[in-house]
Structures are given as structure tokens and as C-alpha cells.
Ligand binder design. Structure first.
Ligand code: GLN
Length: 237
């Protein structure tokens, strides 16, 4: 069986708040189902492979975010892979980069990757704290729990769907959180997002590999305990 190829894009520029955990969770949840996995880490001085199944990008400061975008535009690999149907999952800075424009250093507009119809700018206040959001019912993913820390506010265009509606926290800044189109999905959630939200990890694996067997319930205990603890800490009982 061909391995599922997870491509961790530019960890030298984009990986804040433990976003690497997203790669580890995808690997673990694939392996628990008997799917062979290969992890490819691509630093910003390396070519982005065209044949990955799931591409992941993490958060970053404004300057590394701008550098990463320039390099990805010049490389073209992520665009080629996404155009061929690969899954893209991006967090915070990575998420903003997916749009047509975002606010760079001092808020100056920077051209984005243009993979999603959305643009980000700088908000008046930094959004920092726990976030809870209810996912688009069409995606069949449980309530999201995460941590956000960003200055950016994001406006979605007509050709992209919000990933979720915020119940707590800021997200995009207009009551929605994250965005997706086809198999390209972005979110403001750190935590890391896929550690706290295994349902979201399984959505990405399903997009990449098709229907998947259940994971043994005892293998879910830690993730369920983490979710219950985090949601219980911030939501009224
Ligand atoms: N630099 C971006 C912002 O502040 C993203 C921050 C992040 O990735 N945590 O909005």
C-alpha cells in the first residue's frame, strides 16, 4: 500500500504554539487504522514536493509569514498540489496566507497565496485566549476547542465557506471562524487544533484517504479527556 504523505511546510518559519502536534496527530490516527504514513518536513530553502497527500502549515510572526508566502508563490509546489486535489490544512498565519491578502509587518498589505477567497488585515486589538466554535453541520465535525493569538481579522468572500461559528473568542472577527473550499481548510485555532479536535483530523484523513475504520475507543481516552477539560474550563455548565 502506498504511504500517506504528510508534508509539513516550512517549520523553520511557521510553527508556533506546538502546531507540529497537528502532524503527529494525523500520523497517529492514520497508523492506528493501519495506514502507512510518511512525514516530509520542508524548510523554506527546500522545494515543496508536488506529490503530498496532506500539506500542513502552522502559525508564525508577521515577518516569517511574509517570507513564507513569497517563497511559496515562487516555488509553486503547494499550488500545484492543491490544484491536483491534495488536502491543505493551515493554522493562523498559515491560514491568513491562504487568502488573497493579509496584513504584514506594520499592517502593510501583503499578497497572499490566493488559494481561498478571503483577505485579512490587522484588527484594533489582539485576539488572545480560548476559542470555542461550532462547525458547519455539513462537515460532521464536533465543536471546536482551541487557543487563538492573532492581530489579524479575516473577511471571507463569496467563494469560500466559514468553517465554524464562534461561541467564544474572536476567530475571523465577525462571528465566524476559519474557512474552507474543497479540500483546502484554514483555522485560527492553535492548541494544537488537531490534538484538541480529533474529528477535524479525521475529516482531513477522510479527504485524503477515503472512508476510514473506527479507532479503538481506549485510544481516544486522552483526547476525550483533554477536550472535556478544555471545554469545561471555559463554557458555563
Ligand atoms: N501574524 C499573524 C497575526 O498576528 C498570525 C499570528 C499567528 O500565527 N499566531 O495575525
Amino acid at each position: 500500500m502506498r504511504s500517506l504523505r504528510l508534508v509539513w511546510v516550512y517549520p523553520d518559519l511557521l510553527s508556533t504554539y506546538g502546531d507540529r502536534g497537528n502532524v503527529l496527530v494525523l500520523e497517529r490516527r492514520a497508523r492506528l487504522r493501519g495506514l502507512p504514513v510518511e512525514i516530509v518536513e520542508v524548510n523554506s530553502d527546500q522545494r515543496v514536493p508536488r506529490d503530498g497527500d496532506i500539506y500542513l502549515m502552522g502559525g508564525g510572526e508577521d515577518l516569517p509569514q511574509t517570507l513564507a508566502t513569497r517563497r511559496l508563490l515562487a516555488d509553486g509546489g503547494l499550488h500545484e498540489a492543491a490544484g491536483g486535489g491534495a488536502v491543505v490544512f493551515a493554522v493562523c498565519a498559515g491560514y491568513q496566507m491562504l487568502g488573497t491578502e493579509f496584513g504584514g509587518v506594520e499592517g502593510a498589505p501583503v499578497q497572499g497565496l490566493g488559494l481561498l477567497d478571503m483577505r485579512s488585515g490587522r484588527g484594533e486589538v489582539r485576539a488572545v485566549g480560548e476559542i470555542v466554535a461550532d462547525v458547519d453541520p455539513g462537515l460532521n465535525v464536533g465543536r471546536l476547542t482551541g487557543f487563538e493569538n492573532h492581530q489579524g481579522v479575516t473577511r471571507l468572500g463569496p467563494n469560500v465557506r466559514p468553517l465554524a461559528r464562534t461561541e467564544l473568542g474572536t476567530g475571523n472577527g465577525d462571528g465566524t471562524e476559519g474557512a474552507y473550499l474543497g479540500r483546502v481548510l484554514g483555522t485560527y485555532l492553535h492548541g494544537p487544533a488537531l490534538v484538541r479536535n480529533p474529528g477535524l483530523a479525521d475529516l482531513l484523513l477522510y479527504w485524503a484517504a477515503g472512508p476510514l475504520p473506527q479507532i479503538p475507543p481506549q485510544a481516544e481516552e486522552l483526547a476525550n479527556a483533554l477536550r472535556a477539560e478544555r471545554l469545561g474550563a471555559v463554557l458555563p455548565r
